[in-house]
Design a protein around this ligand. Structure first.
Ligand code: FES
Length: 104
């Protein structure tokens, strides 16, 4: 069973944008999709490009390195050369803090 840990303040992630956060040795990508906060590992499933340095538009993030695209709402790969679905974290917002669930 995991535990929730704070990674950002609510409001730190602007709509349509991505924010990179570090949590010990984890690199986490936070997205604000129409007010919903989503969290994924900040690695493209092709060869590990940093998703947060890509571009976000119309609910899709495009990897900076080779152009793979993923649907932000669920991490689904949309275009090659994506290697599979993004690995996500459960997210909650509590008392103004964005928290993600990590394994112990
Ligand atoms: S590392 Fe993302 S498309 Fe290649």
């Amino acid at each position: 069973m995991g535990r929730f840990v704070k990674v950002a303040e609510d409001g730190d992630v602007r709509p349509g944008k991505a924010k990179a956060v570090r949590l010990a040795d984890r690199k986490v990508a936070l997205f604000n999709e129409n007010g919903a906060i989503l969290a994924y590992e900040d690695y493209c499933t092709h060869t590990g490009g940093p998703l947060t340095q890509g571009s976000c538009a119309d609910g899709v993030v495009t990897c900076l390195w080779h152009g793979a695209q993923f649907r932000i709402a669920d991490g689904a790969p949309l275009t090659p050369p994506a290697g599979g679905r993004l690995r996500g974290y459960p997210v909650r917002v509590v008392d103004g803090a964005i928290e993600i669930e990590i394994d112990e």
